[in-house]
Design a protein around this ligand. Structure first.
Ligand code: SF4
Length: 459
């Protein structure tokens, strides 16, 4: 346990973020009393003058300098501890800075490494180009959450219930969802610009229920205009020919088939009850069925994985050649079994150097398939203090991912554990969420609809 003292009293959240980045895995206590800490760090003063953000940035640089000197470490993302580093670059470019000037400010004011600066500018420019055709002020995107999965992955912190235990009540869940779908359809005169059915694993539904859900959506909204329409078919053990045929009946034009790793030993270790063969088979089946925009997700830092495992995953991905690839760094959240077991038997894989090497291997695989980085976000407690990056072919990137991550368009979210975000023209963002607990959600769906109606009343 490490204690810290914050002489200025302000910006505790930011101070903690930097402390956690420099001392990964440690616990921190502010203003410790007694002998319950191994050491106490007195953090620098906060400047008195200037606007809040300006003072905060100066304070963070001071903390960074102090901790960097103490540990002999530097951080690739410098003083940035937030989820959306690319947004800083986008805002600078929007304000009239050239990409070169934005890069200079980004690396100078936030101590971001040249490599991450280049990546961020690259992504900011690609995002801007991708969003050009989208109506950001009066359009909206639609997210539908299906919180069921075949089994629970060890690292999962999403809203996910075991499909087998819920088979008898999935229809009840869909009934609640239909209420929300019908309300959304009445509320908006135009169809959504992008639709994303995620979870959970939407293809954990039976083919009949999947058919019903898609029929409901497509009969309520005019979705035949080539809008981006993603269905996460994430778990290969939830995909079969019948379900793919159902998806093809509707204008679904992007799916995800997620290996996470191509190492069987790791799959077994993390509780994904499928084989590498299942992944490859599901992918080729989807191709046979005519899907020409398939995403694959992988995770860096899975328990006991080493660079050779990621090299093997990368090699197999290159053979498959998906249209997009999302590379996640493992984020261990409080709710996941992995975190609970971390102290015992399961340990996230790789030293810092190995994690960085594995990230580079994944990036190189993406490049060799012809995929370019187009969105990026960070989370708390990420392995190696790294980032999640989405790579895609130019014409196959996922607008929903950009819209959602960069918070540039309103997202209406339906289902248990989802969050609706209203993005107002002046940049203000307001949220309202549905209960994560599926029974609470089903029992109070009318209330969640009323909350959304209130949130979006001026939209
Ligand atoms: S597939 Fe995704 S949502 Fe389902 S248990 Fe695994 S991590 Fe969680």
């Amino acid at each position: 346990m490490i204690g810290f003292v914050l002489p200025g009293g302000e910006f505790e959240y930011d101070a903690r973020g930097l402390l956690m980045s420099f001392f990964p895995g440690e616990e921190f206590v502010m203003n410790p009393s007694g002998n319950d800490v191994d050491q106490t760090i007195i953090l620098p003063d906060i400047p008195f003058e200037g606007e809040k953000n300006h003072r905060k940035n100066i304070f963070k640089r001071r903390v960074y300098d102090q901790l960097s000197e103490m540990t002999g470490r530097t951080l690739p993302w410098g003083t940035l501890t937030g989820i959306r580093p690319v947004r800083i670059v986008s805002d600078l470019i929007k304000a009239g800075y050239s990409p070169e000037q934005a890069a200079e400010v980004f690396s100078r004011d936030y101590y971001v490494s040249p490599e991450k600066t280049e990546l961020s500018v690259d992504i900011a420019l690609r995002e801007r180009a991708a969003l050009k055709g989208l109506n950001l002020n009066s359009g909206y995107s639609l997210y539908v959450g299906i919180p069921f999965c075949p089994t629970r992955c060890l690292y999962c912190s999403f809203t996910s219930y075991p499909a087998a235990a819920w088979y008898g009540r999935m229809e009840d869940y869909l009934d609640s969802l239909y209420k929300e779908i019908d309300w959304t359809c009445r509320r908006f005169t135009s169809p959504p610009d992008t639709i994303y059915i995620g979870g959970g694993t939407p293809t954990a539904l039976s083919s009949d229920l999947l058919d019903q859900l898609l029929d409901r959506l497509c009969s309520r909204f005019d979705l035949g205009r080539g809008q981006e329409f993603t269905v996460e078919a994430g778990r290969p053990d939830s995909i079969d020919a019948e379900k793919l045929d159902v998806l093809r009946k509707y204008p679904v034009n992007r799916i995800s088939v997620n290996p996470q790793t191509m190492s069987q030993a790791t799959l077994d270790r993390i509780g994904r009850k499928h084989t590498v063969y299942d992944t490859v088979n599901a992918y080729y089946l989807a191709r046979e069925k005519g899907f020409d925009n398939i995403n694959m997700d992988i995770i860096i830092g899975l328990p006991e994985e080493k660079p050779a495992d990621v090299a093997n995953t990368a090699e197999k991905l290159e053979e498959l050649s998906p249209d997009s690839l999302t590379v996640h760094a493992l984020a261990v959240k409080r709710a996941s079994r992995l975190k609970m077991e971390a102290e015992g038997t399961v340990v996230a894989g790789g030293t810092q150097k190995e994690l960085e090497e594995m990230m580079k291997t994944a990036a190189a695989a993406a490049a060799s398939i012809g995929l370019k980085p187009y969105y990026l976000y960070r989370q708390k407690n990420m392995a190696g203090n790294l980032e999640n990056v989405g790579y895609a072919k130019d014409s196959k990137l996922c607008l929903y991912n950009i819209v959602n991550m960069e918070e540039v368009q309103t997202v209406v979210a339906l289902g248990a554990g989802t969050v609706t975000k209203a993005v107002w023209p002046d940049g203000r963002i307001e949220r309202c969420d549905n209960a994560k607990d599926i029974l609470l959600y089903m029992g109070a769906v009318d209330e969640y609809i009323a909350r959304k109606a209130k949130l979006l009343s001026g939209f």
